[in-house]
Write a protein that binds this ligand. Structure first.
Ligand SMILES: *Cc1c(COP(=O)(O)O)cnc(C)c1O
Length: 392
């Protein structure tokens, strides 16, 4: 067996060989004539991926948390009211960022594994009259996905800006930024975008940029001010040299390759593929006698699954699965951490990776004393993928 273990966590994820190759190149000048079209194509592709022809893309060295900070620091002034639609760990992080900025933060929450109803969110918007509403599209701590469209519609009617934390959803779950009226969609390179970690990625509406321009005072941080980056991104897209802070040139090259592949696949095809792979994986999990953390099927994300340990099995399962050649993740939600594990299935992940993971889980569970019929999970996933069990 090769030394490589299949990486099935909710980011970083497996990357395509062409993307990996971009990481092994020599650094070029960030204003080199060969680099400008690469950055330009990456920015243009982001509009396609987020279905946001009218938005301004930003790519900044940093992780997803930096993307969250860039959005909040640019749009929120001390004392502004903000509403956090709270579905878990990363919603709590968004609230913490907003509180550091001096915002007056309210939350509309649900128990772990659930999401507040659309009615509850809309009522909270009416009650608090926030300037900013934040939504975690897929909360990576619970695998819960929320529908941002009706929330965004209501928030816009009430004059609020809407920020979607799409770190664990963009390029895997359906996002129509323009049609849904999302002001900021933010993500990071290492999740469904299929590149290595290291880039914060945002697409920002003209309304949000106008809001930033109209602030009483600029953000305290230079690096976190989208207006500092705006002329840089515009220049790169126009293939003109520009400098504010050195871009991560190899990472931008890797991102560009991955985005090109995503655009070639087509967004509708990609959303459908993620839903199909997730459905097949869940069918396999059910065949293993396992249950999911999200309270209802409709809440289950297509990009990752949060799965309860069966009785008598604990977090040592994650190590046992690793010994079987597949890397999965432990729980993350502080209240439930020890009771479940997480498996990412996004990006280039397809049926072979899902089958490998189910096989590794089956063997590891058997070693933990949880016996299931040999091959049942793989067979269930195959059947779910296509009625004849053939590879589509
Ligand atoms: C991973 C993740 C983040 C944080 O991204 P980092 O790159 O780890 O900083 C934020 N929100 C969500 C929903 C995530 O899945």
């Amino acid at each position: 067996m090769s030394e490589h273990r299949l990486l099935m966590i909710p980011g970083p994820i497996e990357i395509e060989p062409s993307v990996l190759e971009a990481m092994g190149t020599r650094p070029t000048s960030h204003v080199d004539a060969d680099f400008l079209p690469v950055f330009s194509r990456a920015l243009a592709s982001l509009r396609t991926v987020m279905m946001a022809p009218s938005a301004q893309p930003f790519v900044v060295a940093g992780s997803g948390t930096l993307a969250m900070e860039l959005a909040c620091a640019s749009l929120v002034e001390r004392g502004d009211r903000a509403l956090v639609v709270d579905t878990g760990y990363f919603s709590a992080r968004m609230a913490a960022i907003l509180e550091r900025l001096g915002a007056d933060v309210s939350r509309v929450s649900a128990p772990p594994g659930d999401a507040p109803s659309i009615d509850a969110v809309c009522a909270a918007i009416d009650r608090h009259a926030p300037r900013l509403v934040t939504i975690t599209h897929v909360d990576t701590s619970t695998g819960v996905r929320i529908d941002p469209a009706p929330i965004a519609r209501h928030a816009k009617e009430r004059g609020a800006l809407v920020v979607l934390d799409a770190v664990c959803s963009a390029a895997g779950e359906e996002i129509r930024q323009d049609a849904w009226g999302l002001d900021v969609v933010l993500t990071a390179s290492q999740k469904a975008l299929g590149a290595p970690p290291g880039l914060a990625v945002l697409t920002v509406s003209e309304a949000a940029l106008a809001h930033r321009r109209a602030r009483k005072s600029p953000p305290a941080s230079l690096y976190l001010d989208l207006l500092e980056w705006l002329p840089i991104m515009q220049a790169y897209e126009a293939q003109k040299p520009s400098y504010f802070a050195t871009p991560a040139v190899q990472l931008v090259g890797a991102l560009e390759r991955s985005l090109t592949a995503i655009v070639a696949e087509g967004m509708e095809t990609r959303f459908a593929r993620h839903a199909q792979v997730a459905g097949a994986f869940r069918a396999g999990l059910h065949a293993l006698g396992l249950t999911l953390l999200p309270a209802r099927d409709a809440l289950c994300a297509s990009t990752l699954s949060a799965v309860r340990y069966p009785p008598g099995v604990d977090a040592s399962l994650v190590g046992a699965v690793r010994e079987e050649g597949v890397v999965i993740a432990t729980g993350l939600h502080p209240e439930l951490r020890a009771s479940y594990f997480r498996v990412g299935h996004m990006g280039a992940t397809a049926l072979p990776e899902i089958l490998t993971t189910l096989g590794a889980l089956e063997r590891a569970l058997a070693r933990s004393g949880h016996r299931v019929e040999a091959g049942a999970a793989v067979a269930a996933a195959m059947r779910a993928m296509s009625p004849t069990g053939a590879r589509p």
